[in-house]
Design a protein around this ligand. Sequence first.
Ligand SMILES: [Zn+2]
Length: 387
Amino acid sequence: MPTELSPREILAKLVSFPSVSSTTNLPLIDWVQEYLEGWGAECVRILSPDGTKANLYVHCGPKVEGGVVLSGHTDVVPVDGQPWTDDPWELTERDGRFYGRGTADMKGFDALAIAAVPLAIKAGVKRPLQLALSYDEEVGCTGCVSMVEAMARDLPRAAAVIVGEPSSMRVVTGHKGSRSIDTKIIGVPVHSSRQHLGVSAVHEAGRILNWLNETNDALMSAKPTETAALFDPPFTTVSVGVIHGGEANNITAGECTFKLGYRVVPDENVDDWGARYREVVDQVERRMKAVGPAARIELSHSFTVPPLVPEADGAAEELARGLTGDNSVNVVSYGTEAGHFQANGYSTVVCGPGDIAQAHTPDEFIEISQFEAGWDFMQRLVTRLSQ
Ligand SMILES: [Zn+2]
């Protein structure tokens, strides 16, 4: 048996790996796998297509159904250009808080989940404790997809999944789905004195943005459904955050690119919205081709995060409410990996220590009292799995 590390020691170790989404997380995964295999847990690694990153899922306890999955991502957002008081890659305790990149989002939860494994093994749990540690959550929850599918296929089915994104230990039962689509408009450049003979990619992008504005206005003024009414805002939104196009003021633009993103309330379908966008794009493209046959619009799918739909009498909700005592109704407007678990048939909620307000910020921290509340949660969970 290895030396048992405290949750705090594990957190300090995890923070010391600068596992920004754009870089490898393998040193972190190596360390976690070695530690947990030392305790006798079964670990399975699922590599990214290019082999530079990995998911790690962990099983401990008997090979029976009815266990619990603790899900966390190992990647963090960059610190570039942010004013940090201390080294972001070193855990610093100050004023009742642990500072460091990822302390809130979400290495704090990861550390508690990892620390719960030796606890579960020593307790001889009757139902399994499983961990799901992913990569590339911060760039569209794309890394976990292969792991969630493998767990659903290869492991005894867990009764509940707890995704430990920072929720101040409140039980979150729903979030919006999202999709990001890269749009590239290719026009026909001519001198702007003859613009009727060309196709301006920028002007055509304007038609799509016009549709976007009208759609948002209509969605905002519609009466929300019961589920949608839980959200702020209580409707689906469409946005374009960045747009690039054009070469010079006297040339009709040859190219215009933008990223379009949806945030979809759970009772609407992300795929339906994707299809609706396709129709709009096809319409605009037909007009363009009537002027210049070479003009076109290329769409590439960037990512989809399924929504987390509030479950009626969900096992995960019941478990998390029992362990935390929280009975408040909570939904959030950002996506998490919970949608992927639920889409694979798992009863799922989001519940984790720390405040989402500190996520991605300089001087990110987790209140030590939250970290301790998270540890209480883990201890109660292990007791529950041992009964
Ligand atoms: Zn997160």
